[in-house]
Ligand binder design. Structure first.
Ligand SMILES: Cc1ncc(COP(=O)(O)O)c(C=O)c1O
Length: 287
């Protein structure tokens, strides 16, 4: 592996306007400042190091976009061949980006779970590193560093941390991270199973279901489902805070708007930048 760190620390900033409007302290953990624009780099960098140290030449993942974009980039520059399995309903602009990053694209099925099944069958027939959620715990380990950073960046224990959730890997990782710190916030997973806007978390696929359920139990956490109208408003609100994030990330603010006030701060995990996806940006900017 080239001489890269396996983790990049991201900023934690206070959202002044939103805090004033909601009457509580709201912070945003800016995961969208990672090298390829999403928290997935934390998972990828751990896995690339693991794959190379075990002598693999190829790596495969099923993904709705950001994990594939991240894995394609870091595979290419580290000399690994990357196979991306994804379904026919993911936005064209994400497919273009994955292709531009040199991955071999396997378009299969109508949803992530179907792409995942095909990916596993392919891995079983070849000597390929498995980078899939629910099968590779380096991903959870990578995401756990987010919580360790929050504990170092925030003087006060947050009452809750809100996490956009699809497979549950990120949620499980953040919980694992907090168990290594003195903070035990309530973890809230924001979901959008039927969304047409927050495509990165569409379906609530739960490929890491076992770890998600364990983390939900241990953290006494909950899941909150949000609608596309709520997500659109929250995305615009975050743009006004100078945070051009993906709608999937703004589900955190949409979920917060359904919760009661607390004295202690709330942290939103802003997972992905919108600045790579012109069609998705236009959906928000033109409404
Ligand atoms: C931008 C963004 N936010 C949140 C998530 C949810 O992460 P997880 O699938 O680990 O629950 C994803 C997953 O792809 C994502 O791309």
């Amino acid at each position: 592996m080239q001489d890269y760190p396996t983790t990049y620390t991201t900023p934690l900033i206070k959202l002044d306007r939103t805090s004033r409007q909601l009457g509580l302290d709201v912070y945003a953990k800016l995961e969208y400042t990672q090298p390829t624009g999403s928290h997935k780099d934390r998972e990828t960098l751990m896995m690339i190091q693991d794959a190379l140290s075990h002598g693999y030449r190829e790596i495969a993942i099923a993904s709705t976009g950001n994990a594939a974009i991240s894995l394609s980039f870091f595979s290419k520059i580290n000399g690994l061949k990357c196979h991306v399995f994804t379904h026919r309903n993911i936005p064209r602009e994400k497919l273009e980006l994955i292709k531009a990053l040199g991955a071999e694209l396997h378009l299969t099925g109508d949803n992530l779970r179907q792409a995942f099944q095909t990916c596993i069958e392919y891995i079983n027939q070849h000597d390929i590193y498995d980078a899939n959620p629910g099968r590779n715990f380096k991903k959870i380990e990578g995401d756990s560093t987010i919580a360790v950073e929050i504990a170092a960046q925030l003087d006060e224990e947050p009452s809750r941390v809100i996490i956009p959730t699809n497979n549950g890997t990120l949620y499980a990782g953040i919980w694992q991270g907090f168990t290594k710190t003195k903070y035990r916030p309530k973890l809230i997973g924001a979901t959008a199973p039927t969304t047409k806007l927050a495509d990165s978390i569409a379906g609530f696929t739960k490929l890491d279901e076992k770890e998600l359920n364990k983390a939900l139990n241990e953290s006494k956490g909950t899941l909150i489902e949000v609608s596309d109208d709520e997500t659109l408003n929250a995305t615009k609100q975050l743009y006004r805070e100078n945070i051009p994030c993906e709608p999937a990330s703004a589900t955190t603010l949409a979920a917060l708007q359904k919760l009661h006030k607390t004295d202690k701060p709330t942290v939103l995990i802003i997972t992905g930048t919108a600045m790579r996806f012109s069609a998705t940006l236009a959906k928000v900017m033109t409404k």
